[in-house]
Write a protein that binds this ligand. Structure first.
Ligand SMILES: CC(C)(COP(=O)(O)OP(=O)(O)OC[C@H]1O[C@@H](n2cnc3c(N)ncnc32)[C@H](O)[C@@H]1OP(=O)(O)O)[C@@H](O)C(=O)NCCC(=O)NCCS
Length: 182
């Protein structure tokens, strides 16, 4: 498969329009078959809307190829819906809104965005990541070393959206041994 030159930069509010188009494409193509069509019809307009506060936070990043936004993802302090226990919330960072344009899926865009988030979160002392993964993305996060913690239903516009709660330390044993980039 041909690989694409990807650059990662901080998102800005000016990216909102392009982000919305990319998010809609990523969710429509990626989530098909994982959720009922009537669930997606309710959920996608909301999740593809983008979150201006998050986008402007300095912790949300876009991947670009020849200037075109082909992926996004970021993190925030703590999860929107706290799940489980045993971790100090101040050290638990929550991954947010990871998506890759379908035409460059599987080429490392999501991984590059994850690494940027990890390095940024590590720089201010975060120790663990949590995500609320779509059913589709569970394999992606598992590949990055996340472990299943819980399964939740999030209400969105009258639909129950099934999500998998997953966690990993910012740096895993494998990172320490291999000094690998993940
Ligand atoms: C999940 C998503 C962000 C992955 O982005 P991506 O750029 O394709 O991911 P990468 O290319 O970095 O993949 C990294 C590894 O995970 C694997 N992987 C990616 N998506 C996967 C999936 N859905 N299931 C299993 N493995 C997956 C890749 O094959 C790759 O493995 P490798 O290291 O052995 O080559 C993208 O598929 C997407 O946008 N999905 C729809 C939106 C969504 O559900 N987002 C998650 C919100 S919580």
């Amino acid at each position: 498969m041909a690989t694409t030159q990807i650059d990662i930069r901080e998102a800005t509010p000016a990216d909102l329009g392009a982000l919305r188009r990319m998010l809609r494409a990523a969710y429509e193509v990626g989530l098909k078959g994982y959720y009922a069509p009537q669930t997606l019809a309710r959920v996608i307009p909301t999740v593809a809307e983008g979150n201006l506060r998050l986008i402007a936070s300095g912790r949300f990043h876009v991947a670009t190829s020849d200037g075109r936004i082909v992926g996004c993802g970021g993190w925030s302090d703590g999860p929107p819906t706290p799940v489980g226990g045993g971790l100090e919330m101040g050290r638990l960072a929550h991954l947010r809104q990871f998506a890759t344009c379908p035409d460059v899926a599987g080429q490392g865009v999501g991984t590059a965005l994850f690494r940027r988030c990890r390095d940024q979160a590590a720089a201010i002392g975060m120790e663990h990541f949590e995500c609320q993964s779509t059913l589709m993305a569970e394999g992606f996060y598992a590949r990055l070393g996340f472990r299943h913690v819980d399964f939740i239903w999030t209400p969105i516009r009258g639909a129950a959206f099934a999500l998998v709660v997953m966690r990993r330390p910012l740096f895993t044993e494998a990172d320490r041994h291999r000094r690998a980039a993940i």
